[in-house]
Design a protein around this ligand. Sequence first.
Ligand code: PRP
Ligand code: MN
Ligand code: MG
Length: 180
Amino acid sequence: MNNDIKEILYSQQEIEEITAKLGKQITTDLKDKNPLVICVLKGAVLFMADIVRQIDTYCELDFMDVSSYGDATESSGEVKIVKDLDVSVKSRHVLIVEDIIDTGRTLERLVELLKHRQAASVKICTLLDKPERRVKSVVPDYVGFEVPNEFVVGYGLDYTGHYRNLPYVGILKPEVYENN
Ligand code: PRP
Ligand code: MN
Ligand code: MG
């Protein structure tokens, strides 16, 4: 599995450091607001587990699974809820945790939905941001790293379901996906 990686972009330690830094900022901003921290499955699951341990205030956790309609190569922008939240967001301060923002379609739809459900506020924390690929104007409140337009996997990010369990973020070797 590690052999499929061309280059490590962000090591386990770099991710740890940025997560601690973001956690401190979030703690300051959301202290005493009892935020509902929402993990967008599945990609955000590793980052979620790490970032919440750096948030030093009362908060609750919930999980949502969304997927894009349309063919596999280009998402249509229609975002379907596969698993909805368990708790109501009404009048709650919400923090969405994502692994990456690419076109922005997933988060645009999610933010719109949470606002429609009358969340008191909606903030976004993403480990990676790929602004070059943006189609929808989603601006995250907390960003770990701005990534170049490369095929990145690891630490939650997958290619055909694999590589999520790598402890770092790396660039996939082109031959891995060109052979498919
Ligand atoms: C990936 C990633 C983000 C989304 C970003 O999820 O984890 O959720 O795409 O892309 P966008 O900004 O263009 O919407 P994916 O739909 O692959 O599901 P997964 O998290 O289960 O891998
Ligand atoms: Mn995802
Ligand atoms: Mg994916």
